[in-house]
Design a protein around this ligand. Structure first.
Ligand SMILES: [Zn+2]
Ligand SMILES: [Zn+2]
Length: 424
């Protein structure tokens, strides 16, 4: 689990002793020497080739740090980089136009010649491809248990207060699921706003942290996040499904030489298409995700506006303690306890590991740097908040109200308890 090593060596930069947690390659906690090192053993593979992973990691670490330096202490606008936004919107339009052209050509091939005709085959294939690649606007996650305002009036009232405090619209749909997570998204052509709260996370947070969590998530409705825009969202989903579609699969077994040759050529073409589309997807995502990180910093600032700087920074520390949170929830739930005991167990675990917290914050800057990360590293998000003017809470959730909210969700907590008890 978490092991802290101090005095593993002296920092060549400043002479302080280096440190490590979670078996990470040691770095200097004082001057952050070696924090930027690529940690191949602990790091998840992104491309599969170590040299590419190392190179893209370095790029991501540098870009993330540069963006932090550019934004820290400055006002975070809701419009962000117009370059990234324009590029994503143009890519979306080009993709939609290409799929439309594919569909129109397909239909034309089907109807243009007298039946029967061989042109029907490519025609049908093209229409099929266009349908598979159509732009998608997302839909409601079937795992989400949707809540109604009359079943959870206190929760909806709190959501309304937080939304008013930060100038965000209230969500059209509010629901809970079993993840240690929370999200705000927009689904369908009607752009319905959805707020999803993971019960284990929601139940484990203190009052101030809950307000901050709501502030951050509702902040996503007003921070100009490119992943949620009508014009920019198709670029994210279409290129991804296109690359998936062209991934070669072995179809013929024991066929003749000609079939095998045709199959090999077909597969080579598919392989090239899938790689080319995948690279295009990566390029676009890595540009657009810079803008998405700017939007995350802004959502954190809105969280601070609602919950105060203390609540907003505490919720980030709670996310860093994710491992302890999962353990505490699991253990207490199996013992038949509800969210009040999750909170006290997590508070104990956090108090016991308080001295490791600064190291975990630093390590997150290494661990969470990625070209594909929509969120900036938790440690940097915390530093960004600390570098901004101090904010007092605009919405205060009292203990009594917090308990009323948990009581409203008793049925959902109970179902969660049964799921955890049944799972191995
Ligand atoms: Zn040092
Ligand atoms: Zn966010």
């Amino acid at each position: 689990m978490i092991n802290t090593v101090t005095g593993a060596g002296a920092c060549p930069g400043c002479g302080a002793s280096t440190a490590s947690v979670r078996d990470a390659v040691p770095w200097c906690p004082r001057c952050e020497w070696n924090l930027d090192t690529y940690d191949p053993v602990r790091r998840e593979r992104e491309f599969g080739w170590t040299w590419v992973d190392r190179w893209t990691y370095r790029m991501a670490f540098r870009a993330t740090g540069q963006q932090f330096t550019r934004l820290v202490g400055r006002p975070l606008g809701a419009n962000g980089s117009s370059g990234a936004r324009t590029l994503t919107a143009v890519a979306s339009l080009v993709l939609v136009a290409a799929v439309l052209a594919l569909a129109v050509t397909g239909v034309w091939l089907i109807v243009a010649f007298p039946f029967p005709n061989l042109a029907i085959l490519p025609g049908v294939a093209m229409v099929g491809l266009a349908v598979a690649l159509r732009p998608r606007f997302g839909r409601l996650d079937p795992e989400l248990e949707v809540l109604s305002p009359d079943r959870a009036p206190e929760l909806f009232a709190l959501i309304g207060e937080v939304a008013a405090a930060i100038g965000a619209p209230v969500p059209d749909v509010v629901g809970v699921d079993d993840d240690i997570n929370a999200y705000a998204t927009v689904v369908g052509l009607r752009r319905r706003k959805v707020l999803g709260l993971g019960l284990p996370l929601w139940g484990s947070l203190t009052a101030g942290e809950r307000v901050a969590l709501l502030g951050h998530e509702l902040g996503h409705f007003v921070n100009g996040d490119p992943r949620r825009g009508l014009l920019t969202q198709p670029a994210f989903t279409m290129l991804g499904s296109a690359a998936d579609l062209f991934r070669p699969v072995r179809t013929s077994v024991g066929a003749g030489l000609v079939e095998m040759l045709g199959d090999a050529i077909g597969r080579a073409f598919q392989w090239m298409m899938s790689r080319a589309l995948f690279v295009a997807y990566l390029l676009l995502v890595s540009v657009a995700l810079r803008d998405s990180q700017r939007a995350e910093y802004l959502a954190d600032e809105l969280a601070a506006k609602a919950a105060g700087t203390t609540g907003a920074t505490n919720v980030l520390d709670a996310l860093l303690a994710g491992e302890s949170l999962a353990l505490a929830v699991r253990r207490e739930t199996r013992a038949g306890h509800g969210p009040d005991r999750w909170r006290s167990a997590l508070a104990e675990a956090r108090a016991a590991s308080a001295d490791r917290l600064p190291l975990l914050r630093q390590l997150s800057v290494r661990d969470e740097a990625s070209l594909f990360a929509a969120h900036p590293p938790t440690g940097l998000r915390r530093r960004m908040l600390a570098g901004r003017p101090w904010q007092d809470p605009a919405v205060v959730l009292t203990e009594a109200r917090l308990e009323r909210i948990d009581a409203e969700l008793a049925r959902e907590y109970e179902r969660f308890r049964r799921t955890v008890s049944w799972s191995a």
